[in-house]
Design a protein around this ligand. Structure first.
Ligand SMILES: C[S@@+](CC[C@H](N)C(=O)[O-])C[C@H]1O[C@@H](n2cnc3c(N)ncnc32)[C@H](O)[C@@H]1O
Length: 284
């Protein structure tokens, strides 16, 4: 994953920096191919936050203790790109609506529906999915239960997502109709996702590079948009295979537009949605 943060950099020993970059690459998929200033800027930000003036002392915290793990995750949090918004790439949600409609209307309808936003950032993607699914389920077969999960490597993103509170400007991209049904007013002009939607959506800290050990499975729908773009090809392929394994037969996988260039998985076929990297699981 490429990172984009830079500021006043503390001087790091080259050997130490390389070790840290190697660790970021192995554990998170972050590869910093620009300059030392990126990671140095993040380290400076952490040092400022912790009130630590000595870079040697800060770096010494990366021993094998529990505190080291917590500090490591805080640093990773700074290095990840978390830009998102409600109904980002609107066509993907039209595709989702079409898929859910046909699932409910053709053949025996499922008794429950589950979906996953992998790399969910601050939660807008999962809540957008939930709004679409709930609107369709309520209209056609209100007895069908649904639930959604969102996962991300950033603790800060997960905790914001769980709160479900957004500034008024952040909800501008929600199509007309959805906002009235699924958002309540908060003090200060902010909006909060309705309690009903929040109780049926859950957010978890999870690293996509460790997804093979995660207890997530059996989804009807998986969105993994604007995440894979940051990984190298072999890792993209591996993650896609893992996602497909966690889809039910007939399930829908939506990747970010243009993020499917390396897709070689034989268990899915591409759906003809212009501008959407949408796949249906047909085997495996
Ligand atoms: C650009 S955001 C995309 C958010 C959302 N999917 C969307 O399209 O609006 C990328 C997200 O992927 C998360 N991410 C990056 N590396 C990850 C990893 N190894 N495991 C899980 N999440 C990761 C980041 O923390 C960030 O929130």
């Amino acid at each position: 994953m490429k990172a984009i943060v830079a500021s006043q950099a503390p001087e790091l020993g080259r050997a130490y920096l390389l070790k840290l970059m190697q660790k970021l690459h192995t554990e998170v998929g972050i590869s910093i191919d620009s300059t030392q200033s990126v990671i140095s800027g993040c380290i400076q930000a952490r040092m400022n936050y912790l009130g630590c003036a000595d870079v040697g002392r800060y770096l010494a915290t990366f021993d094998n203790s529990i505190n080291a793990r917590a500090e490591w995750l805080a640093l990773v949090d700074l290095l990840t790109v978390k830009s998102t918004r409600f109904f980002r790439q609107p066509e993907a949600f039209v595709c989702l609506a079409d898929y859910v409609e046909s699932l409910l209307n053709q053949g025996p309808a499922p008794s429950e529906l589950s979906f996953w936003s992998a790399g969910c950032s601050y939660g807008q993607e999962l809540y957008s999915m939930a709004m679409v699914v709930d609107a369709i389920v309520s209209r056609h077969q209100p007895w069908v239960q649904w639930h959604g999960i969102g996962t991300d490597i950033s603790f800060r993103a997960i905790s914001e997502a769980q709160r479900g509170i957004y500034p008024a400007t952040a909800v501008d991209s929600i199509p007309e109709g959805f906002g009235d049904s699924y958002l309540d007013e908060k003090l200060g002009g902010r909006k909060i996702v309705t309690e009903d939607l929040r109780t049926r959506t859950h957010f978890f800290h999870s690293n996509l590079l460790h997804v093979d050990g995660a207890p997530f499975a059996d989804f009807n729908i998986i969105f993994c948009q604007n995440v894979l773009i940051y990984f190298e090809r072999d890792r993209q392929r591996w993650i896609i295979d893992q996602l497909v394994n966690r889809l039910r037969l007939g399930g829908l996988l939506v990747l970010g537009a243009g993020e499917d260039v390396t897709l070689q998985n034989q268990s899915v076929c591409r759906l003809p949605w212009p501008g959407v990297s949408a796949y249906q699981k047909t085997g495996g």
